[in-house]
Design a protein. Structure first.
Length: 434
């Protein structure tokens, strides 16, 4: 972990140094061009003033002493930066018509040196030019301040990088602690909130993952215990029937026992199918074929297969859902079968769109489901009627399977009171926003 932080620290610091170096190169080029233009313009003005002075000093060619006096005057007037001003032969590189040029430039951190050549616009000095030599340097105190400022900037950057690296190390260490804790079965450990939105999203995702694992683990424990209980009941009945048959019962009694054993085997087969179905749904890695399904057409086809007078269907809106047709059919049928089991006189099924979602409602006039049991009935093997027998039937898996199927299609199940006096189960899917 610490090696990762050290690599991150060096990487950030290296990027900053490279960026600083590139910025220095770009700024040096820009500074060189700026200072060249500035001193060239300044030299042209001084050169024009000297030419005017030469014309006023003598109508003919001025004497060397007069020229030196004039040059010394303007050199002194220009200030300390102009270290040398003289008349030189006009270089060939200075083409006719050019106002002047920079013949030499040297830029360092401590000193700037330039030599500017300005042609003399005077018939008496056709092949002559002014040579301006400038030197601009910093004092020792200024250079000390410059280097200390640079050092302070890098020191502050080092502190900032260290803080960022420490924060990332602390955050990564928290992730490691939470994942190890979750792996050990302690699901109460959560990622703390973070002010940075991206890191907060990661924290929320990790906490959501931990909650999902906790939920799945709890469901697995409950499912395992429930399966053992549900299998033991018919197996016990079969063993008891076999014991009674082996004790030499009469033919009629033996036949009755065998029929009972056959019913128990049918129950075991049905239970096995339900367990296999819910196990497949819990395996997210299982790939199922998906297609576009019109819920209205699917519902109509399912109702045609049912032989019951309880169902009264209102108009159902068309809604296209992408999913596995067999699983969707099973989910809808499980809800309908559950309503048929408990309904007294009437079941109403409606499907409509509202607020960017499609709601398929199945309402009955049965005894209903208490509010404190509405979340529990979606769990495997949970039944509101604890005294299950062959007459009432059911293993408490119908609603659980339907709930899992809907979650796989980004849907959900909501249970509420029906206007008929019983329970209403809403199958809800999101719709595309227009």
């Amino acid at each position: 972990m610490r090696s990762l932080v050290a690599v991150l620290y060096l990487l950030i610091l290296g990027c900053l140094l490279i960026a600083s170096y590139v910025v220095d190169l770009v700024s040096d080029d820009s500074y060189e061009q700026e200072i060249s233009e500035e001193y060239l313009h300044y030299s042209i003005l001084i050169g024009s003033a000297i030419e005017q002075g030469l014309r006023e000093t003598s109508p003919t060619k001025a004497s060397p002493s007069q020229i030196n006096t004039l040059l010394s005057f303007w050199q002194e007037k220009a200030g300390e930066e102009l270290v040398n001003l003289e008349i030189v032969n006009r270089p060939d590189s200075l083409a006719t018509g050019m106002p002047g040029m920079v013949s030499r430039i040297q830029i360092t951190d401590e000193v700037d040196k330039l030599t500017i050549i300005i042609p003399i616009d005077n018939q008496q000095y056709k092949r002559k030019a002014f040579s301006f030599s400038y030197t601009s340097s910093y004092t020792e105190s200024e250079m000390f301040f410059y280097y200390m400022s640079t050092l302070a900037v890098y020191f502050m950057l080092a502190i900032i990088i260290s803080f960022i690296a420490w924060a990332m190390y602390r955050y990564i260490n928290q992730i490691s602690h939470v994942t190890q804790s979750v792996a050990a079965g302690n699901f109460n450990t959560k990622m703390p909130t973070n002010r940075i939105s991206a890191l907060q999203k990661l924290s929320s995702d990790i906490n959501a993952m931990a909650n999902t694992i906790e939920e799945k683990t709890t469901e697995n424990i409950i499912l395992t215990g429930a399966i053992h209980h549900e299998l033991r009941i018919p197996i016990t009945r079969i063993r008891l029937a076999l014991d009674m048959a082996l004790q030499g019962e009469s033919t009629e009694e033996l036949k009755e026992l065998l029929y009972g054993m056959d019913d128990d085997l049918v129950e075991l087969s049905s239970l096995t199918e339900e367990i296999l179905a819910i196990s497949r749904l819990r395996l997210s890695s299982v790939n199922v074929e998906k297609e576009e399904i019109d819920i209205a057409l699917l519902l109509g086809a399912l109702l045609d297969t049912l032989d019951t007078d309880l169902i009264k269907t209102k108009e159902c809106d068309s809604f296209i859902l992408t999913g596995n047709r067999v699983l969707i059919e099973r989910a809808v049928l499980n809800i309908i079968f559950n309503a048929i089991k408990y309904a007294t006189h009437k079941i109403i099924i409606t499907g409509h769109k509202q607020a960017n979602q499609f709601v398929l409602s199945i309402a009955d006039d049965g005894p209903g489901i208490p509010k404190d049991k509405r979340e529990l009935v979606l769990k495997p093997f949970y039944r509101t009627d604890k005294s299950r027998n062959r007459k009432t039937g059911g293993f408490g898996l119908g609603l659980a399977i339907a709930d899992m199927v809907l979650k796989e299609t980004e849907g959900k199940i909501k249970i509420r009171d029906s206007e008929l006096g019983g329970a209403q189960v809403d199958l809800i899917w999101p719709t595309a926003v227009d």
